[in-house]
Ligand binder design. Sequence first.
Ligand code: FES
Ligand code: FE2
Length: 400
Amino acid sequence: MTQMSDIAYKRYTAENPDLGTDAVSTEPSRSAEWFESERNAIFQRSWLNVGRVEELPEAGDYLVKEIQVCRTSVLLVRGKDDKIRGFHNVCKHRGNTLVWHASGQCRGHFACNFHGWVYDDKGKLRDVPDAENFYKLDKSSLGLSEVATDIWQGFIFVCMQPTETLQEYLGEIPSLLNDYPFARFSTRFTYEANEQVNWKVLLDAQQEGYHVPYLHKRTIMLSFPKDMTQYRSKSFQTFGNHRRLATGPSKNFETTPTGSVAAKLGPTSVEAFAGAFGDGGEAKSMEGVFDFWVLFPNFVIGLLYGTYFTYNIWPLAVDRSIWEVRMYYPEAENAGQLFSNEYGKVAFRDTLLEDASTHERVQGGVMSGAIKSFHFQDEEIMARHGHKVVRDIIEAFSAS
Ligand code: FES
Ligand SMILES: [Fe+2]
């Protein structure tokens, strides 16, 4: 197994000749026209994660997700039959937003606040006030418009214009990850940032370790071996449009005094990145001790021992995105574990803030026109793959 401290050069670009070695154009990260193509060719047609089943535990529970890149609001509701369905959150009378709250309990029905049309938890139109005063009103054809919705491992996905099922979209990923004990990590912390950054620039800042010894020298760098000078991942693999970067374990690392106390009480972020915690079944689904999965286009799952995290990156415009970060821990059973979870939460936040500090600055550099291309080295292969996948899809879409 490759240790992180082993220095190897140009492994991945040699193993993946189709990804090339040239500099990559910045134009797709600054062109409003290109962004419109991404909206139509990528986001409308991809399965997009919008949450987890634990967010709607009871029949009648609902969630509303604003998916601006698809120009819609999606209403997810768990029906009395326990099935989670997705609908465009749009009243069929004249188009008012049906549900205005981000989440709640519908008690079996939703009533539009404009003229009082009522829909049930399966989206059927149940009641129209003063219906006799309409012409040719066929209630049976005026249910809410469904959005394709499916679930994998508790993650809810929707797709506006599906060309394949969620299973087909994920390919071999379920066979690799279905043993990861996602359900065991029931405590969730969420951070959300609204940033002036292109979604790919934001993702690129996350999907490489080249920056770790520099940007994160005071935070997550503590998880790496003391004698490590440059980051080296354990493996990089593509799965169609999806990809994974795995990081190997680190024995020779030095955390902070508070971090080491917190790590004795439960999994914490710096120590988890080093692979310091026992294996509660995670290893069966993992290549390293930190597996960074990018499920195309905008969903990231970061797997560790004892905790995992997700990113959902939601483009708003060519130079604006929302970054949703969720961290999942085992439910605390005592004060020590509570402390450990809270410590892990803020330690991870500090690392993310360092990342975020670069997003808008890089975007500013790209928008200035002073940088025409990105120069990706071998450890930035994930970004190289990401840009190629986007480019290939847009080119095929434009040619069709
Ligand atoms: S727009 Fe909903 S009832 Fe009129
Ligand atoms: Fe980072």
